[in-house]
Design a protein around this ligand. Structure first.
Ligand SMILES: C[S@@+](CC[C@H](N)C(=O)[O-])C[C@H]1O[C@@H](n2cnc3c(N)ncnc32)[C@H](O)[C@@H]1O
Length: 140
């Protein structure tokens, strides 16, 4: 079940799970994180606030980008969150540019789960964490 009422997350996660995920990813201040399919930014902003990492949030829906940008501003982390409005498939992903990359609830966006995982893998430094979670029936 996707419960947006729980802190605004648009995926089947709770804030507790997001915090646990961030700890597992060993996120920290100064790290660069890519969040593909960031939605309205509940996870993005929580990561920025809790761990102090810098997040590039990629989202194709302009309304969600506006909501996420406002969420970051209200949480006082607007300097840590950079939204990019585009189809993730149009992203030019540089090699080893990020300390971590995630794609939660949108694993199909770069051509299916495996291709998305491969693309994210190439854009993070070696041995970085890569949470990539899809939704049933959405793997293109
Ligand atoms: C299920 S929501 C998950 C949002 C967020 N990751 C979370 O956990 O709260 C999936 C998001 O992916 C976005 N999305 C879908 N296709 C996309 C694409 N091709 N490029 C970028 N974002 C996309 C949707 O607009 C939506 O905001």
């Amino acid at each position: 079940m996707i419960g947006e009422s729980h802190g605004g997350l648009q995926s089947p996660l709770s804030e507790g799970k997001v915090r646990a995920l961030g700890r597992r990813m060993r996120l920290g201040a100064g790290q660069r994180v890519l969040d593909v399919g960031a939605g309205t930014g509940a996870l993005t902003v929580l990561f920025a606030k809790e761990f102090g990492c810098q997040i590039r949030a990629v989202e194709s829906c302009a309304e969600f980008v506006a909501a996420g940008t406002e969420r970051a501003r209200r949480a006082g982390v607007e300097e840590l969150v950079e939204y990019v409005t585009c189809d993730a498939a149009e992203l030019a992903l540089e090699a080893e540019a990020y300390d971590a990359a995630l794609c939660i609830g949108a694993a199909w966006v770069l051509g299916g789960f495996v291709k998305t995982a491969e693309a994210l893998r190439a854009t993070v430094r070696p041995r970085a964490c890569l949470p990539n979670v899809g939704l049933p029936g959405c793997d293109g």
